[in-house]
Design a protein around this ligand. Structure first.
Ligand SMILES: C[S@@+](CC[C@H](N)C(=O)[O-])C[C@H]1O[C@@H](n2cnc3c(N)ncnc32)[C@H](O)[C@@H]1O
Length: 271
C-alpha cells in the first residue's frame, strides 16, 4: 500500500490498544502459509516483523516455527505483545520506530524475511525499503500484507454511512469503490517499492475472506482504526448508539464482513 502521508497518526493505535487487541482480525493461516511458501522460510529462520501491534501476525508466524524479532513503537501495544509472548524464547520484542532501529538491535544481513501486517504504510518510504533490504540476507524477502474488512451487505453499509458515521467520516466505506481504491493504492505501493531499486519485481495478490462479527465486535473494529482515537467520549457514545440502531432496524444480529487481503512479496535484489 502507498505510504500514508498523515504519518502523525502512526501512534494512534496505542491510544486504543485494548480495543485494538480485541477487535482486529488476526492474520489468517492461509496467508501465513502463502508467505512461508513464497519466501521459502524454514523453521527457526530469523524474521523481523515491523509494526507488530499486539501479535496479529507474530503468533501465526511463531506457529509456523520461525523466530521473530518484533518491532513495535506503541508502548501499550508492546506491553500486550510482550505479555502474550512471555516465556517464548522464539520472540524478541523491540521498542521504537523501524526507521530508527539501531544496527546492534537488528544487524544488517541477518534476516531471512522482513514482514509487516497493516503497518508498512506508516513508514517513511525513503528509508523503509532500503533499510529492509540492508537487514535481509542475500535471497531474503520483504513480505507486506494488509487486511481491509467491509460490511458485506451493501444496503447495510450505505445505511451505516448515512445514519451512523456523521461524526466519523473515516468510517464511511463505499462498496462500489472500496476494492478498486485498495487496488489503486496497492499499485502505488508497488511503485514505491520499485523506486527503491533494492527488490526484484514483487509477487502480489488480492484475496477475500468472510468474517461474521457481533454488533459489539463490529463497533470495536470501527474504533480500532487510527482516526477513531481523535473521537471524544461523547462522539463514541453517539456513534455506538447510531450503529446499534441501524443494525437493529436492519434486523442484523451479526454483521457479515468481506475481509479483503492484500499480500506483496519481493525478493531482495542481488547487487
Ligand atoms: C494498524 S497497526 C498493525 C498492527 C498489527 N501488525 C496488525 O496487523 O494488526 C500498525 C502498527 O504499526 C506501528 N507503527 C507505526 N509506525 C511505525 C514505525 N515507523 N515503525 C514500526 N512500527 C510502526 C503502530 O504502532 C501499529 O502497531
Amino acid at each position: 500500500m502507498k505510504a500514508n502521508t498523515r504519518r502523525g497518526n502512526r501512534l494512534a493505535f496505542d491510544e486504543v490498544a485494548a480495543v485494538y487487541d480485541q477487535a482486529r482480525p488476526g492474520i489468517p493461516d492461509h496467508l501465513v502459509t502463502t508467505i512461508v511458501d513464497i519466501t521459502g522460510l524454514a523453521p527457526s529462520d530469523p524474521v523481523l516483523e515491523v509494526g507488530a501491534g499486539t501479535g496479529q501476525l507474530t503468533m501465526p508466524l511463531r506457529a509456523a516455527g520461525v523466530e521473530v524479532t518484533a518491532v513495535e513503537p506503541g508502548e501499550r501495544l508492546r506491553a500486550l505483545l510482550s505479555k502474550r509472548t512471555a516465556g517464548d524464547s522464539g520472540v524478541t520484542v523491540l521498542g521504537g520506530f523501524f526507521e530508527d532501529l539501531p544496527d546492534l538491535q537488528a544487524p544488517a544481513g541477518t534476516f531471512a524475511a522482513v514482514v509487516s501486517a497493516n503497518a508498512w504504510q506508516w513508514l517513511d518510504p525513503s528509508v523503509s525499503y532500503t533499510k529492509a533490504a540492508d537487514l535481509l540476507r542475500p535471497g531474503g524477502h520483504l513480505a507486506l500484507i494488509w487486511n481491509f474488512p467491509i460490511v458485506a451487505d451493501t444496503r447495510l453499509q450505505h445505511e451505516l454511512n448515512k445514519r451512523a458515521f456523521g461524526d466519523y467520516p473515516d468510517a464511511v466505506r463505499d462498496p462500489a469503490t472500496h476494492l478498486p481504491g485498495l487496488q489503486a493504492h496497492a499499485a502505488e505501493g508497488r511503485a514505491e517499492l520499485a523506486a527503491s531499486d533494492r527488490f526484484e519485481t514483487p509477487w502480489w495478490q488480492f484475496t477475500t475472506d468472510t468474517l461474521s462479527l457481533s454488533p459489539d465486535a463490529y463497533y470495536d473494529l470501527l474504533l480500532s482504526y487510527a482516526n477513531a482515537a481523535v473521537l471524544d467520549a461523547a462522539a463514541r457514545t453517539d456513534m455506538a448508539h447510531r450503529v446499534h440502531t441501524v443494525l437493529t432496524d436492519h434486523g442484523a444480529d451479526t454483521v457479515p464482513m468481506l475481509n479483503h487481503l492484500y499480500a506483496c512479496i519481493a525478493r531482495r535484489a542481488d547487487r
